[in-house]
Write a protein that binds this ligand. Sequence first.
Ligand SMILES: [Zn+2]
Length: 231
Amino acid sequence: MSHIEVPDAEARTRLEGRQFSEARRHGKYLFAGSSSGPWLALHMGMAGSVRIYDEEDGQPDYARLVVAFEGTRRLAFRDPRKFGWAKVVETPDAEIEAHDLGPDALEIERDTFKDRVGGGRGTIKGALLDQSKLAGIGNLWADETLYQTGTAPDAKVNTLGDDDLNDIHTAFTRILNGVCDVDAHYKELPDAWLIHRRETGRACTRCDGEIESMKVAGRTTYYCPNHQGTS
Ligand SMILES: [Zn+2]
């Protein structure tokens, strides 16, 4: 499955001579541009990254798109696994709307979260991953949130109470901020987190249970059946 998409020559010329004076992030999307537009929109996929370098140091591996600035500075969009994409867009807001993205997960208020997610008939894991409900939570942090709150990943949202949803909101806010605080260097995250033991049979840090996996919402899910249970 590879579908790397980068701007064609015509789209790229729209960026020529322009400045990146602003950057924005919404969910899993990054935007660089200026108030007069256009903007470069980037989605990192599973392993994408952006890297600033000097021309004389040579292009980094897996660079799918390179932005050449005046002088020798360059910005590379690297995407070794080819799940990401880049394109030139008019405004971030138009792109957010086109992808039907919900509010950003780091900014969503508790009551807004409960309005958008609460009462649903699907699983709580599926709801957290649904970028149209809230944008930015992927597989790892959905599992982490449910592990830390003791919630069964396959619990139907409409079986969860107000307190459960409050706890889930508090947890993913703390988790996402924690990941940002260490610039997503996973090894620096707290030892007790699930991220360090996403493997069947590993000891749970919250009880005497063992980690197991199952498919929820089409994704491989690690959890502790002992303290999280299943629905
Ligand atoms: Zn446990």
